[in-house]
Design a protein around this ligand. Structure first.
Ligand code: COA
Length: 323
């Protein structure tokens, strides 16, 4: 039987500090009502100085390894998605490798903004299928609080910090009923780079930059592109919408999530939502949501889960996983 990546463990980490909409409304002209109505967000977690992408990614990775009952010597690859790395280099993945005490294999970072986790999952899955790794940590870890312009009410209300991770283990399977990653689907369109970006980086000038977004345009593209990639994932596996047990979407905006749920004909209780409490944690949002729904027993072994995300680039993608 062909090699397949089994999703053996999931974990998450959220900073202790919670920032509510009401608190935000004291420093920028907004209101709890406006933020809830337009986005579904009620609060977000904000990292303390020591809670960097590496620190949070390590905590999430430890939780995923514990969930998988995996020892660190099973970790051949660490692929970490982030737009807010601790340093230009070494890769944040390698800071995590050191913190975990992993002394073999390899690691690197992936930059695909909010789609980063899906991209990293696709890469790890490919490496496992081709025998380059037998165990892989796939991590999304972000501290957007450090790239937000806290005076810009159009963006600062939307994001939060956190990390999520999965541990993939090589197994065997074929067809849509066997466990593991069934397929991944990646897309990007660089011509849309200017509707969501960070206006600086270490390679450009001294300024590290702030997130800039044309919210309406991103919203418009998100609904269309995500619907397309969901159809693509279903068609690639000859699956009907009704065969999906859970949608675990990127958590950017409740209205976008609801549109995807309706498209799949899924009842609201089959769509995992964390955006109300986490806001948009970019590459961390999908694994954090997965960790929550696995942890509380909603998602069970054998369930078919559809993951999707879109973000700056534009970059977007989807993955189908039999748990
Ligand atoms: N509080 C109060 N008012 C706000 C506000 C805030 N936090 N942010 C913007 N506004 C105001 C605007 O200034 C505008 O006022 P005006 O009409 O006087 O100019 C009004 O609200 C409407 O702004 P608009 O940007 O058209 O609102 P919207 O309905 O498009 O909602 C978003 C804004 C950002 C919530 C929405 O566009 C969105 O969610 N887009 C997708 C964002 C996303 O998912 N990004 C991440 C992808 S990874």
């Amino acid at each position: 039987m062909p090699i397949r990546s089994i999703l053996a463990g999931v974990g998450g980490y959220l900073p202790k500090r919670v920032l509510t909409n009401d608190e935000l409304a004291r420093s920028v002209e907004t209101s709890d009502e406006w933020i809830r109505e337009r986005t579904g967000i009620c609060q977000r977690h904000i990292a303390a100085p020591h809670e960097t992408a590496a620190f949070m990614g390590t905590a999430a990775a430890r939780a995923a390894l514990a969930d998988a009952e995996a020892a660190t010597d099973e970790v051949d690859a660490i692929i970490l998605a982030t737009s807010t790395p601790d340093q230009a280099f070494p890769a944040t993945a390698l800071r995590v490798q050191a913190a975990l005490g992993v002394t073999h294999g390899f690691g690197f970072d992936v930059a695909a903004a909010c789609a980063g986790f899906i991209y990293a999952l696709a890469i790890a899955d490919g490496m496992i299928r081709t025998g380059q790794a037998r165990g892989a940590l796939v991590i999304g870890s972000e501290v957007y609080s450090r790239i937000l312009n806290w005076q810009d009410r159009g963006t600062c209300v939307l994001f939060g910090d956190g990390a999520g991770a999965v541990f993939l283990r090589a197994g065997h399977g074929s067809g849509r009923f066997d466990r593991g990653v069934l397929s991944t689907h990646l897309h990007s369109q660089g011509t849309l780079g200017d509707i969501l970006y960070v206006d600086g980086a270490v390679g450009q000038r001294e300024k590290s930059g702030h997130l800039v977004m044309n919210g309406r345009e991103v919203f418009r593209h998100a609904v269309v592109r995500l619907a397309e990639v969901v159809d693509e994932a279903l068609a690639a596996n000859s699956l009907g919408r009704h065969e999906i047990d859970w949608l675990v979407p990127h958590q950017a905006n409740l209205r976008i999530i609801d549109a995807m749920g309706r498209k799949l004909g899924l009842p609201a209780e089959r769509v995992v939502i964390t955006v109300d409490r986490h806001a948009n944690t970019s590459a961390a949002s999908v694994p954090l949501a997965l960790a929550e729904a696995r942890g509380d027993g909603r998602i069970r072994p054998g369930d078919l889960v559809l993951l999707e995300a879109l973000g700056g680039g534009l970059a977007w993608g989807a993955a189908l996983v039999r748990m």
